[in-house]
Unconditional design. Sequence first.
Length: 81
Amino acid sequence: MAKVTLFYTEGCHLCEDALSLALRCVNEEDIHHQDILENEALVNEFQTSIPVIKNITTGKLLCWPFTQQQIQELVQEDGLN
């Protein structure tokens, strides 16, 4: 089961950077990838802030720019790591 959701769009170099950072903190299978273009509500919510990482359990969001340390703290908040 995924621990975090990465909200992104295809071809977004910042989203690729965010994924690279996230993979230093959590395993690939623990990341749910959600392309915001698949859902109009997500486009409205995240179009100016992607990439965004969300802790699935707590609902806490990290909007770009963020660091590896911030991702680590996000996943440790509820013992996900």
